[in-house]
Design a protein around this ligand. Sequence first.
Ligand SMILES: *[C@@H]1O[C@H](CO)[C@@H](O)[C@H](O)[C@H]1NC(C)=O
Ligand SMILES: *[C@@H]1O[C@H](CO)[C@@H](O)[C@H](O)[C@H]1NC(C)=O
Ligand SMILES: *[C@@H]1O[C@H](CO)[C@@H](O)[C@H](O)[C@H]1NC(C)=O
Ligand SMILES: *[C@@H]1O[C@H](CO)[C@@H](O)[C@H](O)[C@H]1NC(C)=O
Ligand SMILES: *[C@@H]1O[C@H](CO)[C@@H](O)[C@H](O)[C@H]1NC(C)=O
Ligand SMILES: *[C@@H]1O[C@H](CO)[C@@H](O)[C@H](O)[C@H]1NC(C)=O
Ligand SMILES: *[C@@H]1O[C@H](CO)[C@@H](O)[C@H](O)[C@H]1NC(C)=O
Length: 497
Amino acid sequence: MASLSIFSSFLLFSVLLSVQFVEGSVPRFPSSLLRPKLTKTDLYETRYFTQTLDHFNFLPQSYQTFQQRYLVNSTYWGGAEKRAPIFVYTGNEGDIEWFAQNTGFMFDNAPRFQALLVFIEHRFYGESIPFGGKEVAYSNASTLGYLSSTQALADYATLVIDLKKNLSAERSPVVVFGGSYGGMLAAWFRLKYPHVAIGALSSSAPILNFEDITSPYSFNNIITQDFRSESENCYRVIKGSWNKIERVAKQRGGLEKLRNSFKICKDYISEGVIEGWLGTAFTYTAMTDYPTPSNFLNPLPAYPVKEMCKAIDRPTAANDTFSRLYGAANIYYNTSGTVKCFDLDSDSDPHGLAEWSWQACTEMILPTDGNNNMSMFPPSQYNYSDRAGYCQEVYGITPRPQWITTEFGGHDIKNVLKRFGSNIIFFNGLRDPWSGGGVLESISESVIAIVAPHGAHHVDLRFATKEDPKWLVSVRRKEMKIISSWLKQYYEDISHS
Ligand SMILES: *[C@@H]1O[C@H](CO)[C@@H](O)[C@H](O)[C@H]1NC(C)=O
Ligand SMILES: *[C@@H]1O[C@H](CO)[C@@H](O)[C@H](O)[C@H]1NC(C)=O
Ligand SMILES: *[C@@H]1O[C@H](CO)[C@@H](O)[C@H](O)[C@H]1NC(C)=O
Ligand SMILES: *[C@@H]1O[C@H](CO)[C@@H](O)[C@H](O)[C@H]1NC(C)=O
Ligand SMILES: *[C@@H]1O[C@H](CO)[C@@H](O)[C@H](O)[C@H]1NC(C)=O
Ligand SMILES: *[C@@H]1O[C@H](CO)[C@@H](O)[C@H](O)[C@H]1NC(C)=O
Ligand SMILES: *[C@@H]1O[C@H](CO)[C@@H](O)[C@H](O)[C@H]1NC(C)=O
């Protein structure tokens, strides 16, 4: 069996998942993930802040600066005199506009709270690149070393404090929001900077997917459950397909047969690349199994896992395994119906996600790529040495898999946070493969888990639509009710001081 290993060195949530196959040493990222289509352009204005390169040292080079992009919407803000709140999105591993446009929840609630909306871009992503641009910034560890979650959190604190000062809004309460890696940052921000944010909504944040806290098999087993919940046949066809692909690939002319079956363009092709391409479609579709049509990673219909299984269970053309899988892949890669042939060659942007790969090679060691016998993917043992070897080869560095839990905690989180933490909402949708590493049980009266059995990756943060199911409407209502209670308490406290 070819080893199909889906490393989650991709963008977390978002794209956290970089799908990488062992056969080549360089991860191949679907190019569609690199160029999100931006649609809404009138939601915010863009500003830049001169940010310090290194918050934790006082060496001469620490004082270098870069321009950090942030987006602001002040249409609804009640103003500093009213101490109206500021809602801040702690940016993820990607272009901040992409996240702002997929975080309609903040826009939807700004009027009611008269909130100022601020979306801050994470250093080394989008336009917020130190060292004058990607060419130098991404070149090697001497510059990439300034890319870390702790630096990013310090950026956010620095920017928010300065912004409040400029607005004379020092007394305005700040609530931070984030999804996926951005959700991890939101929760950690509340824990590390309680004097800057009164609370955090941390959506689909796998803060427990580190070290031995969460099983490395959980991620792929949740994807498997998603497909299996649609139909047993769907699950069986996918699970049985890898052997068939391998068998055909080994035949004379087999790769060309696969190329035709899957309508792959005339470029590089191999068994591993095809498996990776299919694995990517299943993984991201599970992650974004939203109840309404979406365009987060790729344009997708509502309930796309159901649609994929329909294509597998009730094929419209031929009914052999490859035709069924082709139909499923078409849902993820060709919902628009405009793709002529599928381009598996992602070398066109070899450094596109290099930044996340760096994070995934230093501190973001999230063990997710094991496949046990329940998984619909080919069996593979989770093997940390594989990742470490890759990181050594690409960056000449050794990961620090224990750093995140050392810096932010994670082990025995209930006992730690019940006495120390407050004002954090952890949302998770159980159809999201990342939910396995999420906080699924409430820890105290104000560290609250909200779990949606039918939810996918940070679905709560999306713009509300008329088609939203009741459970989603109620999740969002509950979140805003909790956030209002934090704000109420804050105003009570300052009125006494
Ligand atoms: C702020 O967001 C609203 C949508 O909620 C939009 O109508 C408005 O134009 C935005 N304001 C700015 C300044 O972009
Ligand atoms: C690392 O990159 C910097 C900036 O591009 C360059 O000056 C330096 O020579 C590089 N170091 C190595 C070991 O390649
Ligand atoms: C605050 O104002 C100063 C002076 O105009 C400006 O340089 C800085 O960028 C502002 N801060 C933010 C966060 O916009
Ligand atoms: C598949 O198609 C063939 C011929 O098109 C038909 O004979 C067969 O019954 C079909 N099998 C299934 C499981 O639908
Ligand atoms: C994409 O969808 C269109 C419309 O359904 C179809 O004509 C086309 O062949 C599909 N592309 C691929 C590569 O299958
Ligand atoms: C899967 O593995 C478990 C534990 O190793 C074993 O008990 C179980 O029988 C296996 N199931 C199948 C279907 O192979
Ligand atoms: C884990 O990976 C390392 C290096 O890639 C390899 O030498 C080792 O045999 C692997 N272990 C298992 C159990 O697969």
